[in-house]
Design a protein around this ligand. Structure first.
Ligand SMILES: [Zn+2]
Length: 632
């Protein structure tokens, strides 16, 4: 019964949304469109809620249709409407049935001439887009911390608004916090503002809802250049500023390639370790995981990535989540070009080769429907679309076009694409039409070499897809092989001189030798015994102290190997890592790998029970599913 009602509801929701074209929003922007949002909140750490108002300025194409906004777990107190933005009159509203994925529509009838709607509301302590950290979860251990993560459809859990990337808004905000803490937003931040617990923000450029962001904590600021800087807790700020001091250089390099940076400042906020992602490209203020602070700038490709989003994603935005590859494929492509400009070609090649490997590994586990760039996410949580496919396959498609048409021509095309669609949200169809008119049709002979439909609408990779390789990796493999054949001791492997990318490749190569994947077709007899595998792991560990590595990517790879080879000496480190880091890219595969055996599963559940309260709701949702956590 319950299920039937649910199905019926989903069908109705689906039919309703066909008109809006975004199956993940209840909004009908073609009738009433929100253009601007004024926010006013108290940040209440003791209750873990935001409480205040959102005032929406609307543009009406229909004088009869109501305003429909998206909400999830919001407590709506009352609603007012206004024709002039000065006098407000009480209004009516209804909150529809809540769907597990979409949340609930909030419908507000609009009187004649009404152009503003003020919603008085508060969030719930379990809001999917907010994380509230206890002092113990911060570097300083003294003050609490909170931050938002709105992508894909979590903005609706803290702001009632048209939560679709097709709608762009400007916003102003006033935020009251405990007096000693600082609030920052994806807007104009004044680093010298007095710390008095009352902060104001202004975002003048229209952005989609998923880019609205807020963080509150004991934050310090350090300038990195004329228009770049970093925010972090006092205990982290020096390390962060050292690690990120190429940021200004990256902005300059990207502008040289793709035109002016249009957002004023570019600052980076380094969050506590429970942040579920590597980075989030909130405009003017990238949110980043502290796991990129490796001490040697080897993981700052993440900054190149988030910065690139200032063009691909934030300036030209995917209109729906099925067009997500327009954001991420372009961004991974740009990231490679920025890396090449700042750190040289060898490093960009390594990243590209690693990217292809990750894509192939993940595609081996995906259903066909999820290997498609223009993926169908109807009826599904858009967070399920966050695989390597939109990222790496999307980028590879653009590399294919670049290599076919030549870099100068493709660069000109990209610059004109960013200008043409600046501050707009577009669909895959719109991109393809533009590509055809401005590149493909100008040289049909070259265009015939790129199987566009196969790239966009088919699973897998076309046979003609580029296969990025790295000469540096070939040298790494040679060293690994010599050690595995017992020709050199591990101490002769120049691991300490290698980049993080080379070390990662080395470890992955060694793992494929220790445990050849079943698809490699080798005879079963080539499997090494458990004792032998543990002996080899121990040799590497003694030579390079991998279990204690401070580089998050390296230690993650090592911990994966230690689960796969049942290497016990790393087991305490595994537990420590899972209890202190919340980045989903790391913790999810570790739990999945553990859960492959019955003993491992026991262990995964025991660790997860302790770690779960410290993880972000987005990471919890994924891992709950993976581990069949009770209550799911
Ligand atoms: Zn991205």
């Amino acid at each position: 019964m319950k299920r039937l009602v649910y199905c019926l509801f989903v069908m109705i929701a689906f039919a309703m949304n066909l008109a809006a074209q975004d199956v993940h929003s209840y909004a009908k922007p073609s009738a009433v469109r929100v253009k601007h949002v004024d926010l006013d909140w108290d940040v209440l750490f003791d209750q873990k809620i935001l409480k205040g108002t959102a005032t929406l300025t609307v543009e009406r194409s229909s004088q009869t249709e109501p305003l429909i906004v998206d909400t999830r777990d919001l407590k709506i107190e009352r609603v007012e409407t206004s024709t002039n933005g000065v006098e407000y009159a009480p209004g009516t509203f209804t909150v529809g049935t809540s769907d597990k994925i979409l949340g609930a529509p909030l419908t507000i009838p609009l009187p004649a001439g009404a152009t503003r709607v003020r919603i008085h509301y508060s969030t719930s302590p379990g809001a999917s887009g907010l994380q509230w950290l206890a002092p113990a979860q911060t570097a300083g251990k003294k003050d609490p911390f909170m931050f938002t993560q709105s992508q894909a459809i979590h903005a609706r859990s803290w702001i009632p608004l048209q939560d679709t990337p097709a709608v762009r808004v400007t916003y102003n905000a006033r935020v009251r916090t405990p007096r000693n803490l600082l609030a920052v937003m994806s807007a104009e931040n004044d680093a010298r503002t007095p710390r008095d617990g009352d902060y104001s923000f202004r975002m003048r450029q229209p952005i989609p809802s998923y880019l609205i962001a807020l963080a509150v904590g004991d934050l310090r600021f350090r300038s990195l250049g004329p228009r770049t800087g970093v925010y972090a807790e006092p205990q982290v700020i020096d390390r962060a500023a050292r690690e990120l001091n190429d940021t200004e250089k990256m902005v300059v390099a990207t502008e040289r390639l793709y035109g002016l940076y249009r957002w004023g400042r570019y600052d980076i906020l380094v969050l506590p370790p429970s942040f579920p992602f590597g980075g989030m490209e909130n405009p003017r203020l990238t949110f980043a995981t502290p796991t990129i602070l490796a001490g040697d700038k080897s993981l700052v490709s993440l900054v190149a990535h988030e910065l690139a989003h200032s063009w691909s994603g934030n300036l030209v935005t995917n209109a729906t989540w099925r067009d997500f590859w327009l954001n991420e494929g372009f961004t991974v492509y740009l990231e490679g070009r920025i890396q090449e400009a700042v750190y040289g070609r060898a490093r960009a090649q390594m990243e590209a080769a690693l990217g292809l490997r990750e894509l192939q590994d993940e595609m081996a586990t995906l259903e066909d429907r999820d290997e498609i760039l223009h993926v169908d996410l109807a009826g599904r949580d858009p967070d399920e679309g966050f695989t390597n496919v939109p990222y790496q396959k999307g980028a590879l498609f653009l590399v294919h076009v670049e290599q076919t048409f030549g870099r100068p021509r493709f660069d000109r095309f990209l610059r004109s694409y960013f200008n043409h669609f600046a501050f707009q949200s577009i669909t895959t169809e719109q991109f393809l039409t533009y590509l055809k008119q401005n590149l493909l049709d100008k040289d049909p002979a070259l265009a015939a070499r790129v199987p566009i439909d196969e790239w966009i609408s088919k699973p897998g990779l076309p046979a003609s897809a580029p296969k990025p390789t790295s000469p540096a990796f070939a040298r790494v493999e040679e060293q690994a092989q010599r050690w595995l054949r017992n020709e050199i001791p591990p101490t002769q492997i120049p691991l300490a001189r290698w980049t993080t990318q080379e070390r990662l490749h080395f470890l992955k190569f060694v793992q494929s030798a220790l445990e050849p994947p079943p698809s490699s077709g080798g005879p079963a007899g080539t499997q090494l015994s458990h004792t032998e595998r543990v002996r080899l792991m121990g040799e590497l560990d003694r030579a390079f102290n991998l279990t204690r590595s401070g580089n998050s990517e390296v230690v993650f790879q090592w911990l994966m190997m230690s689960i796969q080879n049942k290497y016990e000496p790393a087991s305490a480190r595994l537990e420590e890592f899972l209890l202190s880091v919340g980045r989903r890219k790391f913790i999810r595969p570790l739990y999945q790998e553990l859960a492959k055996t019955p003993e491992g599963r026991e262990r995964a559940l025991a660790i997860y029970r302790r770690a779960r309260p410290t993880y972000h709701p987005i990471a919890v949702t994924s891992i709950d599913q993976d581990l069949n956590w009770p209550g799911q």
